[in-house]
Design a protein around this ligand. Structure first.
Ligand code: NCD
Length: 299
């Protein structure tokens, strides 16, 4: 695989081998300390990021590579001067062995990959794609549940603009007997075409309007933030909050995930609940990204 652009591009075999590599990197981190030796990786972020950018940069450094970075690419000189994304990529590919990009347009990763001579890693594009987040989410599910087939998951919050949910569900559709409950905020429902796609791929999708419609034994609850920055007009929406009281209705084995950052949609009191694994997820992210970089650049 040359680029990481869209969850649709992965096979089950690729995921299995990437997760095995991630396990090995966690166990034997030192073994990989020179895997990117002499390589420069560029992070080009047109949208804000803390976890994704820093975990990628930390991953590069731990693999012995170096980083050049623009955190505020929307504000950098070339964009201000009216340069296209294509021209920026054609320039930066001369300075780096790979480009990690985050952009507000759904197709930015694809556009960049179509013209780049170096690997492009999509670190989030628009409302549709966030493949490396999906990889770390799925890795976390496998590590915690010791399986992916036959899992049930509640995805909730912003099902319209949340790119992490779209990318994760694409990945889950590669597995057997996946049951997805969707609990959208009113006005932020999942796109009808996406639901059709899930059905075509054999994912059982059930939309619910209350926690009461979700089985107490559900394996995962995946909560998300309202993506206000993607609203096209001033929409009035009301978040659905998970607190201890709600979590107590679910099984001891139900895990609570969130890509972070959170606003109020998960009460802080739940940080002490052992079923809350969102910070573990963020930690796994760095190791999964090490595995991605190793696979793309060291083969
Ligand atoms: C997510 C994103 O950027 O889509 N954050 C992340 O990468 N961990 C989710 C979000 O911003 O709500």
């Amino acid at each position: 695989m040359k680029h990481i652009i869209d969850s649709k591009d992965f096979s089950r075999e690729f995921l299995t081998s990437l997760f095995e590599k991630t396990d090995d990197i966690i166990k034997n981190t030192g073994k990989y300390s020179e895997s990117l030796k002499g390589k420069v990786i560029a992070t080009l972020f047109y949208e804000p990021s803390t976890r994704t950018r820093l975990s990628f940069e930390s991953a590069v450094l731990r693999l012995g590579g170096s980083v050049i970075s623009t955190e505020n690419a929307e504000e950098i000189s070339s964009v201000k001067k009216g340069e296209t994304l294509e021209d920026t990529i054609k320039t930066i590919e001369n300075y780096a062995e790979a480009i990690i990009i985050r952009h507000k347009d759904d197709d930015a990763g694809k556009t960049a990959a179509s013209i780049s001579n170096v690997p492009i890693i999509n670190a989030g594009s628009g409302k549709k794609h966030h493949p490396t987040q999906a990889l770390l989410d799925l890795y976390t599910i496998q590590r915690e549940k010791e399986k992916i087939d036959n899992i049930s998951i509640l995805v909730m919050g912003d099902l319209r603009y949340g790119r992490t949910i779209h990318s994760l569900l694409e990945l889950l559709s590669l597995y057997q007997n996946i049951k997805v409950y969707g609990y959208p905020i009113k006005g932020l429902e999942m796109d009808a075409n996406f639901k059709i796609m899930l059905k075509e791929k054999g994912v059982h999708y059930i939309e619910v309007q209350s926690f009461d419609d979700v089985p107490a034994s559900i394996d995962i609850i995946y909560q998300t933030r309202i993506q206000k920055e993607r609203f096209t007009q001033n929409e009035e929406v009301h978040e659905i909050i998970i607190n201890q009281n709600i979590m107590d209705k679910f099984s001891e084995k139900t895990l609570l995930m969130h890509p972070l950052p959170r606003n109020n949609e998960i009460s802080n009191e739940l940080d002490r609940d052992k079923r809350s694994i969102y910070f573990k997820q963020a930690k796994n992210g760095m190791f999964v990204r090490m595995a991605i970089l190793h696979e793309l650049l060291n083969k």
